[in-house]
Design a protein around this ligand. Structure first.
Ligand SMILES: [Zn+2]
Length: 384
């Protein structure tokens, strides 16, 4: 009854087709048209949004709640020197269970698993309740300005997604051993400690900012910012760089500069951290000037039922219980969370991503498709 491709190796075939399109950021290289055509044939409504050099695709089937969107990217990081690769980086060569190619693990393999899972789902449940969707961008690895960051505000008045499953390679050693359920916030500070320059032989006429910075930094290092919570480790403050001095051995410098970064849990806010930072400066008699830059608010999937669905599916299909944490770097999940979407990330093993000879296990990709399919079934069957 359906034209969808349900051959045993549909996922691998599509992964190979995608890897053979050399879509180095922000060039989509025809990946999204290929996927869009297939999903349109399967009954999805397709929207293409091109912002600047970046292609974005939204494919939607059904309407209303519950709504689940799969999120991925078609772009890849540069292959580098192709001669260093065991197989040409855009050839999609199989060797045993390994499928080699730039983007095999990050993340054309998961995109292929998502597409096939969606095709099969709507073919088996043409009148399913709620909404299933796929959101793709060709700029996740680069600036990430014209990708999901710009797409979400452009569609938010027409589409709401309760749940998002991002296919970034979250797994460490075995598929499904790790699921990301959020990420910490990141807050940068550039601080200048103010003193008064002078001759080292006449300290009474100067004010050495290195000594006051030492007291201040000790205060910062000894501060427990919060305790974290069940999902987040305690907030940490680190200093990345520190500079002072004129180069001369007999001059007390007038200023000291340092760069710090908070990785913070939702138990703190940028405002609370900034206020305590400044209070510690006052308490240690340190005169400072600061410049603050918030690079991301923390977010996490607070919906326990959603997390249980993901955990139970992984346990049933792989026989292991995943670790669910908020570790790791950034992903496009940060652009969905502020719209009230519950974001989790589940994808292949990340051991070779961005490396020469990137590869993914074909067995894992088939299993990943069945994980995505079972999660979709569970979310839509359980109702909103
Ligand atoms: Zn990625």
């Amino acid at each position: 009854m359906s034209e969808t491709n349900t051959t045993p190796d549909a996922v691998i075939d599509l992964a190979c087709e995608l890897i053979r399109r050399p879509s180095t950021t922000p060039d989509d290289a025809g990946c999204q048209p290929l996927i869009g055509e297939r999903l349109q044939k399967a009954g999805f409504v397709i929207e293409n949004h091109r912002f600047s050099e970046v292609d974005n695709l939204l494919a939607v089937h059904g309407s209303g709640s519950p709504s689940l969107v799969f999120v991925g990217h078609t772009d890849v990081v540069p292959a580098g020197d192709a001669n260093q690769w065991r197989h040409p980086p855009f050839a999609a060569v199989s060797e045993g269970d390994r499928l080699y190619g730039r983007g095999a693990a990050d993340m054309k393999g998961s995109v292929a698993a998502m597409v096939v899972a969606l095709e099969e789902f709507v073919s088996q449940h043409p009148d399913h309740p709620g909404t299933v969707a796929l959101m793709l961008t060709s700029d996740e690895e680069g600036e990430a300005i014209h990708g999901i960051r710009q797409l979400m505000p452009a569609i938010a008045n027409r589409h709401h997604f309760d749940y998002a499953l991002v296919g970034e390679p979250s797994s460490h050693q075995r598929l499904g051993d790790t699921v990301r359920i959020g990420r910490r916030g990141s807050l940068h500070v550039q601080a200048t400690v103010l003193g008064k320059q002078g001759h080292v032989a006449y300290p009474e006429l100067a004010d050495n900012p290195i000594f006051s910075a030492a007291r201040f930094i000790t205060g910062l290092a000894n501060t427990q910012w919060d305790q974290g919570n069940a999902d987040f480790p305690p907030t940490s403050f680190q200093i990345a760089n520190i500079t002072a001095g004129t180069g001369a051995a007999n001059v007390i410098p007038g200023q000291l500069h340092f760069q710090g970064n908070f990785r913070f849990s939702p138990e703190s806010t940028p405002e609370s951290l900034q206020a305590r930072f400044e209070a510690i400066a006052r308490e240690t008699g340190t005169h400072i000037e600061t410049r603050w830059q918030l690079s991301g608010e923390p977010f996490y999937a607070s919906d326990r039922r959603w997390r249980e669905i993901v955990r139970d599916v992984i346990q049933a299909k792989t026989g292991q219980k995943p670790v669910m944490n908020t570790a790791g770097g950034t992903s496009d999940g940060r652009f969905l969370a502020p719209h009230g979407t519950q974001v989790v990330e589940l994808g292949p093993v990340n051991a070779t991503i961005h490396q020469v000879n990137e590869w993914v296990s074909q067995k894992d990709l088939r299993l990943l498709k069945s994980l995505y399919a079972a999660i979709m079934e569970a979310v839509l069957r359980s109702g909103a």
